[in-house]
Write a protein that binds this ligand. Structure first.
Ligand code: PSU
Ligand code: MN
Length: 310
């Protein structure tokens, strides 16, 4: 059967020549950021990579075609059209079979990136275990998908609207290594430090590439999570954050929200109630992750070249 994934010419030739490529997700564009800043951000992330000498591969499902490396028209469609659904890994086959258009989550983006041969991925925050998960069973498919998808994902941790220690426990059970980038603490998206300690820390992109290589050699089939905190001077004020968190969770409860509608609601609440401050933090942390992913992709392609040398 032919490979159903459409890979753009730019991404295809970069991969064939061993040049660095970074995958970008589209749920952050369609559902994580407000219009019109979302389209601008999508272009900015790509430009950031191009300027660093890295080929961007933004990923989504366009009219039933899983696409790795969106063109400008496709990027616009994902950012601005109202018929774009949120596609996690379980939704992929349904979206393709029904010829739908969808923005891919960390899980679905990782799945498609891996099918295309892209090894490094920059996002904002991972999905995780929700706070009432012991009753609701609400845990993002990002976690289990990362346990069986060979991708290195650079993120700013997970949001404090989630149960952070439970998320870290699940990642441990699922055999997904989490390394702090120049930190010993797991970040909490808007905040540089969640207060939860990590067992592993790395201080350079080359160290991440070495971990990827070792994982390959040891037969690992799962992901590596690189937890990259937003710089402290750019984080959301912790007092503002703590106040908003309580209000946001209360509002979600009142609205009776469940399932995958919860996170977009809470994000939107933060954005409105912080007077745009949280949006700026969201953009800053994503750009910070794109920058690090670019360096990791470069280190990875250098390592591959060294290994290929006679
Ligand atoms: N966290 C954010 N912004 C986001 C998401 C998470 O701060 O946009 C998105 C990501 O695409 C992530 C998804 O993969 O939400 C997780 O959703 P769910 O919990 O429904 O799996
Ligand atoms: Mn969920």
């Amino acid at each position: 059967m032919p490979n159903p994934v459409k890979v753009s010419e730019a991404v295809r030739s970069a991969l064939a020549e061993g040049r660095p490529v970074v995958a970008l997700e589209s749920t952050i564009i369609a559902h994580g950021l407000p219009r019109p800043q979302n389209l601008q951000a999508a272009h900015d992330f790509e430009a950031q990579l191009t300027d660093a000498g890295v080929t961007p591969a933004t990923i989504a499902v366009i009219d039933g075609v899983p696409t790795v490396g969106l063109n400008d028209k496709e990027l616009e469609r994902i950012a601005l059209s109202d018929d774009v659904v949120k596609v996690s890994s379980r939704d992929l086959a349904v979206a393709v079979g029904r010829r739908a258009s969808g923005a891919t989550t960390v899980a679905a983006t990782s799945t498609l990136a891996t099918l295309a041969g892209v090894r490094v991925f920059a996002t904002g925050g991972l999905g995780g275990v929700h706070r009432a998960a012991s009753e609701s069973f609400d845990e993002s498919a990002d976690l289990v998908t990362l346990s069986r998808t060979r991708i290195t994902v650079v993120c700013a941790g997970v949001k404090s609207i989630l149960d952070i220690p439970a998320t870290l426990e699940r990642l441990e059970t699922l055999n997904v290594p989490v390394v702090g980038y120049r930190t010993n603490h797991f970040p909490a998206f808007y905040l540089s430090d969640s207060g939860h300690e990590l067992e592993w820390r790395v201080d350079s992109p080359a160290e991440v590439a070495a971990i990827m290589q070792a994982g390959d050699q040891l037969g690992s089939r799962g992901a590596v999570v690189v937890a990259n905190p937003v710089p402290v001077d750019k984080q959301l004020d912790p007092d503002v954050h703590d106040g908003l968190l309580i209000e946001a969770m209360h509002a979600a409860d009142e609205a009776g929200l469940r399932g995958k509608a919860v996170s977009p609601f809470l994000l939107d609440f933060f954005q409105r109630e912080s007077g745009g401050r949280s949006l700026q933090v969201n953009l800053d942390l994503a750009a910070n992750n794109v920058a690090l992913a670019a360096e990791i992709a470069k280190a990875w392609s250098q390592l591959a070249q060294v290994n290929a040398a006679p």
